[in-house]
Write a protein that binds this ligand. Structure first.
Ligand code: ADP
Ligand code: MG
Length: 270
């Protein structure tokens, strides 16, 4: 594990790599509030897609739709090649997908949120083996072997029997990443994984995410860490008021942004 952020060489994602996530013309309304206004996005195997944008632009809602935590109002979402079935609810929106499909979709995704990721009543290793053992039917002894490997990878093996309350915020987030990896997801989804951390703890979490990116792991990463996004992303998507305002390579987005709004955003946060 690298504790510091270094210039990470970007791997090439070939044009023929399969699509792990496909989102097309996604709309989401909360009552009268039209949050996503026709978002399209895809992540091929090996892509590290960084999503940037101001507060309230719809970044979390987008990830939550992909993970079946919200029902889209309309649009197409495919995860691992499987289209999430959206049933009209008769009021211009949709009903949740069926349980079985939600479970299947989620088992292909590893999600890490801003905070409150680990179950507080379980030790770290119990957190990591919970879904493999109780949802995926992995034998407990096998799950423990895998969990120890994952915890070693995020630098937390010696903390495996500790409860989350006794871990720092950075350790908790690294534990949450290990837990998300335990389902062997095709895609990792990160929603501002460092934004609730004290500044001195951010580097260790970005270090772990950077390692995953360098290994070629497919991910969609919502982040305010622009320098990091520029280093690890294969593609950057700028969301503004529920629309993809601009997307491109990290160098294009940060080096020569075209839209006035993106230029303003980068001046403000960069
Ligand atoms: P971001 O993650 O880019 O900051 P969000 O996706 O969290 O933005 O939110 C986009 C907009 O949708 C915001 O105006 C937010 O208040 C609204 N919103 C998000 N979730 C809900 C919800 N469950 N009910 C009503 N409004 C919501
Ligand atoms: Mg958000």
């Amino acid at each position: 594990m690298t504790a510091t952020i270094m210039a990470i060489p970007r791997h090439a994602v070939t044009d023929t790599a399969a699509e792990a996530i496909h989102v097309q013309d996604l709309h989401k309304k909360f009552g009268a509030l039209h949050v996503l206004k026709g978002v399209s996005l895809s992540a091929r195997d090996g892509d590290v897609v960084a999503i940037i944008g101001g507060s309230g632009s719809g970044k979390s809602t987008l990830l939550r739709c992909i993970n079946c935590l919200e029902n889209p109002t309309s649009g197409v979402i495919r995860v691992n090649g499987e289209e999430i079935r959206l049933k009209p609810d008769g009021n211009g929106s949709t009903l949740p997908a069926d349980r079985k499909q939600i479970e299947r979709v989620r088992s292909r995704l590893g999600m890490v949120f801003q905070s409150f990721n680990l179950w507080t009543h379980m030790t770290l290793i119990e957190n990591v083996i919970e879904v493999p053992v109780h949802v995926l039917g992995v034998k407990r002894e096998m799950a423990i072997i895998e969990a120890e490997k994952l915890l070693a990878r995020v630098g937390l093996l010696e903390k495996r029997h500790v409860y989350p309350a006794f871990l720092s915020g950075g350790q908790q987030q690294r534990g949450a990443i290990a837990r998300a990896l335990a389902v062997q997801p095709r895609v990792m989804l990160f929603d501002e994984p460092t934004s609730s951390l004290d500044p001195e703890l951010i580097g260790e979490v970005l270090g772990v995410i950077g390692d995953l990116a360098r290994e070629g792991r497919t991910m969609i990463l919502v982040t305010h860490e622009m320098k990091f996004a520029r280093e690890v992303a294969t593609r950057v998507v700028f969301l503004h008021e529920g629309r993809v305002e601009e997307e491109g390579s990290p160098d294009a987005i940060f080096g020569s942004p075209k839209s006035e709004r993106l230029q303003q955003f980068i001046r403000r946060v960069g």
